[in-house]
Design a protein around this ligand. Sequence first.
Ligand code: ACO
Length: 331
Amino acid sequence: MHKSKITGLGFEVPENVVKNADLEEIMETSDEWIQTRSGIKERRWATEDLATSDLAISASKKAMEMAGVSSEDIDLVIVGTLSSDYFFPGVSAQLQDKLNLRNIAAFDIKAACSAFVYCLSVGDQFIRSGMAKTALIVGAETQTKLIDKTTRGRDIAVLFGDGAGAAIIQTSDDDSGILSTHLHCQGKDMKNLWMEGPGSAPGVWIHNKQAIAHGRLSPKMNGREVFRNAVKRFPEVIQEAMDENGLTMEDIKLIIPHQANNRISQAVAKRMGIGMDRLYSNIHKYGNTTAASIPIALTEAHQEGKIQKGDHIILAAFGAGYTWASAAIRW
Ligand code: ACO
């Protein structure tokens, strides 16, 4: 059984930069409130003419170019998103078409902020089992189209941004690659971070117009509960990745956490007894881009030369569901 390795990376973000000062113009908030509680200075918000698939296509092309693979080579597409262009089918079907891929398997995974690691894990299993040799794994969102951008929705609106990140994974022929992945879910807490509609639940699907009036078609979050759970689950799932592979924190060059909130990363670093320099952060530029945040951060960390051949890194995620996940990688 051959594990998979990441051979290409790429990301794309909308051109439209929204600074904290811009948010002060449209809702009751302040640069000081946002920065002290999240570390975010600015984020990218998709304009009306830009869809999730546009960002996903661009990020995918960059990852394919880095890996040196053509459309013909790809035999699996998995996209993590909670803001697909249409209610169905998923963005993966659009990628199959727009990237001129063969009629290969293509599907979406809706695991919110953990979706990229979930997708990577599934792609890795396909490659380990011999079902696929070259997979395109994407995390992409234009979720800010769904959020309430008034004072009523400010707890969420200030945190989120849009973007896409992509990775090509291929059969590894040496000791580098994805060593292990760990996926978890605890559905009983789902209502602490969720968006009710459009959905099939009674009163949501049938009464969509009423639901809009009651703000039920925008994400809702119990910020304190999310914070409390995130700072518990991140260290757990990072430790799980190290234990599985007989690694200690000294062996880990860099942790790429889901960019949820800088305060969450600070609390995680403190709990794990490590400096913030061990956790990559670019949240000040992009905010929380949900499924896109890990592949964007991984691509930037790689471009900045922070990951070299032979390094051990850990991807770690926590988000709605709750879901949480990690991947241990030898570069
Ligand atoms: N600007 C100004 N005031 C705000 C804003 C805002 N954008 N949002 C909320 N407030 C107000 C609230 O209405 C409340 O006012 P009140 O006291 O008059 O009722 C007050 O600020 C709450 O302030 P704090 O008690 O300081 O809030 P807290 O310290 O809990 O911080 C936050 C809120 C930032 C949401 C925090 O709970 C948090 O970081 N939670 C984690 C959530 C997160 O990061 N989610 C990311 C998505 S999930 C994921 O990706 C894992």
